[in-house]
Design a binder for this molecule. Structure first.
Ligand code: SF4
Length: 358
């Protein structure tokens, strides 16, 4: 199923565990079952390129894999962590992606991705390659404390500009912002201004969760050492949510601040359809746009009629064009959604959507 955050149909994590050792990493949470000492012990998925080749090779499959973006990123790891200098799994996976002509979206915190600019350029010529970087903020001092194994924010910003000049669509995942450290109004504005100067095509924003147990204990130890005066504030906003979420009031205020700043700097808050509408099929395109609309409206505190329609279209086996005259027979598709779908089928996007994401 296509994902509206990354516009990816498939995802690969090439390592389990992460040398970057970010203080807030939720890969530490017990629910992810990452074994060993987080930040030091890493599982290397040494046969990932070979497995990908088997999956993508259409001659090996009765039903070849549908074309769509492959996300090379991390849930509990960064594919461009320092071990990749030795194993080159990311590079080898990109070669397979190129061979079978799939689009790719790379998300990393590491400047090591520059090593693979040659193969990424080839992919970008044939289909499409997005290169995204994640940040918690752009203050190098705070990053050094919170992301001890990662190149500085300044180096990451320079790398974004480098990829932009090389002709890539580039974005940032500003997630998570760190409460009272990187989410203060002047900090947040500084981040967004510098992303804009670096040439980003979009910014995806996310807030920090702190799940009780290994993740929260580690983060609080770092906080006690470097920002002891913030402990009280943290105790006020992170209390008793089993998913590690902060209070609604906090999320709401930081979210509104982000939305205002993104508007001020005219940066899309989702990956805009114009960057990929020629590289994914119509079903996925419609599902992604409706999914993005649903997310944005909810972030703005409004009701959304688009979520269920996005899901049912993502599950459709037949091409959506076959439903052109009977869209309302699809679950979750009413007259408003129908109008938007028809516009997407006609033009590859929707004016209402374009207005809302920027
Ligand atoms: S780069 Fe990502 S996966 Fe690695 S430690 Fe940081 S947050 Fe976790």
């Amino acid at each position: 199923m296509v994902d509206s955050w990354f516009v990816a149909r498939y995802g690969m994590n090439l390592y389990r565990g992460c040398l970057h050792n970010c203080a807030y990493c939720d890969g530490r949470a017990e629910g992810y079952y990452v074994e060993g000492e987080f930040g030091k012990d890493i599982e290397v998925k040494i046969n990932a390129p070979e497995l990908l080749k088997k999956e993508l090779d259409p001659t090996r499959k009765r039903n070849p894999m549908k074309k769509g973006f492959i996300m090379i990123g991390g849930g509990v790891g960064d594919s461009y962590n320092a071990l990749d200098k030795k194993y080159e799994l990311s590079r080898n996976v990109l070669k397979v992606v190129y061979q079978y002509d799939f689009p790719v979206h790379v998300l990393t915190k590491s400047t090591l991705v520059k090593r693979d600019v040659d193969i990424l350029k080839e992919i970008n010529k044939k289909s499409r390659a997005f290169v995204s970087f994640s940040f918690s903020g752009v203050d190098d001092k705070a990053c050094k404390i919170m992301e001890p194994g990662v190149p500085s924010a300044t180096e990451r910003l320079e790398t974004i500009s480098f990829f932009k000049k090389e002709g890539f669509s580039v974005g940032t995942f500003l997630m998570p912002v760190i409460p009272f450290i990187t989410d203060l109004p002047d900090q947040l504005e500084n981040s967004i201004r510098r992303f804009k100067e670096a040439g980003v095509d979009f910014i995806i924003f996310g807030r920090m969760t702190l799940k009780e147990g290994r993740q929260q204990d580690h983060f609080y130890n770092v906080l006690k050492e470097h920002y002891p005066n913030l402990l009280h504030e943290y105790n006020m906003i992170y209390k008793g949510n089993k998913w590690g979420g902060a209070s609604y009031e906090y999320y709401n205020s930081v979210n509104s601040l982000f939305l205002d700043l993104a508007k001020k700097y005219e940066i899309p808050i989702r990956i805009p359809a114009r960057l990929y509408n020629q590289f994914i099929d119509q079903n996925d395109l419609v599902a992604v746009i409706l999914g993005q609309l649903d997310y944005i409206l909810k972030q703005k505190g409004q009701k959304s009629p688009y979520g269920y329609g996005a899901y049912s279209i993502s599950q459709l086996k037949e091409p959506i064009a076959e439903y052109r005259n009977k869209l309302k027979t699809l679950k979750g598709v009413g007259p408003v959604t129908e109008k938007i779908i028809l516009e997407i089928l006609e033009t590859g996007s929707s004016k209402y959507y374009e207005k809302l994401i920027t």
